[in-house]
Design a protein around this ligand. Structure first.
Ligand SMILES: *Cc1c(COP(=O)(O)O)cnc(C)c1O
Length: 397
């Protein structure tokens, strides 16, 4: 049987063959520890890590020495938030973030609240955007860090980072961004976006799982202090001890190099494909609503609510044809409506009727046509089974 069409690229992406090829030698004969200084095994591993660090840095306009390699963006988010909090607690105990952040940021904040830090969760508007003025107004003399994501993994909305970064720096506050969904998909330069710390993940840009990075700006104008989460051998300049995952790092570097050359064209192709998908569904189905911003969104993201349909039922009826999700894989397992959709003011009925389409590098127009056909058929069938009076839609939109 054919495997279902993959439209869940926000959850993870397939590894590129060229990435796997680059990794292979470091899983076999070049197995050295990058910290071994006395022989060729160590030297070749160290050199490969150095090259990868340059490739990762180049993609975001950073310097190689500003890249701290981690086990993934969950760790990067934890390191940024807890690392800053613990090293600046003599200066202040207040952090500002937004209600639609990834769980790795929100739950790091919750953990810090238990330890005596205060966190302001700034709300977003109905399109999912944070208002930089709300951030400005939340700043107090005790504020040490602002953390706002670049592109949302559920509704794809792209945040106004440069404006927030400018405000942070006027007030002498560090600015972190979880840019996992944006890096390698849209323009992402740490200077243009005015960020001091940025989280990246390998497996969201066609690299391997279990590898990520935290960009830490070298000076602005002072050096940023980060309290490590993991103590040990002092790798990564003491910010993150542990033997480096050389094959993962090499793959991550290669994936970044590929993304840098591919994203400008790829983003246009994906935006057009997404518009094709949206138009195809709109043409054939009534009562579907777009969640998030119409243009200020990731090219490969389409999040729709299908009124009178249970999202879970729709996903299950489509599962042999197309792999889709109702939202974050990290909150899956719970049947609660998405906290992101709630945060944009959506009622629970419509929120639970939502589907996220995540298009990617290898998605074809033919696949999109198959998906349009299948979704239309299943939505019509489900709607015919459930009379409108049984599934009331609120006044939303
Ligand atoms: C996937 C994701 C993460 C977590 O990254 P891992 O490398 O899987 O730990 C964090 N933030 C966002 C926005 C993500 O999409």
């Amino acid at each position: 049987m054919n495997r279902p069409i993959y439209l869940d690229h926000h959850a993870t992406t397939p590894i590129e063959p060229a990435v796997l090829d680059a990794m292979m030698p470091y899983l076999t004969e070049k197995f050295g520890n990058a910290a071994s200084r006395t022989h060729r095994y160590g030297w070749e591993a160290e050199e490969a890590v150095h090259t990868a660090r340059e490739q990762i840095a180049a993609l975001i306009g950073a310097k190689p020495e500003e890249i701290i390699l981690t086990s993934g963006a969950t760790e990067s988010d934890n390191l940024a938030l807890k690392g800053i909090a613990w090293s600046y607690r003599d200066k202040g105990n207040h952090i500002i973030t937004a209600t639609t952040e990834h769980k790795a940021v929100l739950d790091s904040c919750k953990a810090l609240e238990k330890d005596g830090f205060n966190v302001t969760y700034v709300p977003v508007d109905r399109l999912g955007l944070v208002d930089p003025d709300d951030i400005r107004q939340a700043i107090t003399p005790h504020t040490i860090l602002i953390s706002v994501m670049y592109a949302n993994s559920e509704i794809g909305v792209i945040g106004p980072l440069a404006a927030i970064g400018a405000i942070a720096h006027q007030h002498g506050v560090w600015f972190h961004s979880d840019a996992v969904q944006g890096v390698g998909k849209i323009a992402c330069n740490v200077d243009d976006l005015q960020v001091d710390l940025m989280s990246l993940s390998g497996h969201k840009l066609y690299g391997p799982k279990g590898i990520g990075a935290l960009y830490i700006r070298k000076t602005r104008p002072k050096r940023i202090r980060i309290h490590p989460l993991i103590d040990g051998g002092g790798q990564e300049r003491g910010f993150r001890s542990g033997t480096l995952n050389v094959p993962g790092i090499v793959g991550f570097g290669k994936a970044c190099e590929l993304a840098q050359s591919l994203w400008p064209e790829e983003s246009i192709r994906l935006r057009d494909l997404r518009q094709h998908l949206y138009a195809g569904l709109q043409e054939r189905l009534d009562d579907i609503y777009l969640n998030g911003h119409p243009d200020q969104r990731l090219p490969g993201n389409l999040n729709l609510s299908f009124a009178y349909v249970q999202g879970e039922s729709l996903l299950m009826s489509l599962k042999d044809i197309v792999a889709l999700s109702s939202g974050s894989a990290c909150s899956s397992g719970s049947t609660e409506p998405s906290y992101v959709l709630r945060a944009i003011g959506m009622d629970d009925t419509l929120a639970s009727a939502s589907i996220r389409f995540g298009l990617g590098r290898h998605t074809t127009e033919e696949e999109i046509d198959t998906v349009i056909h299948a979704v239309v058929e299943k939505v019509e069938r489900l709607r015919a089974l459930a009379p409108a009076s049984d599934l009331q839609v609120g006044s939303q939109i």
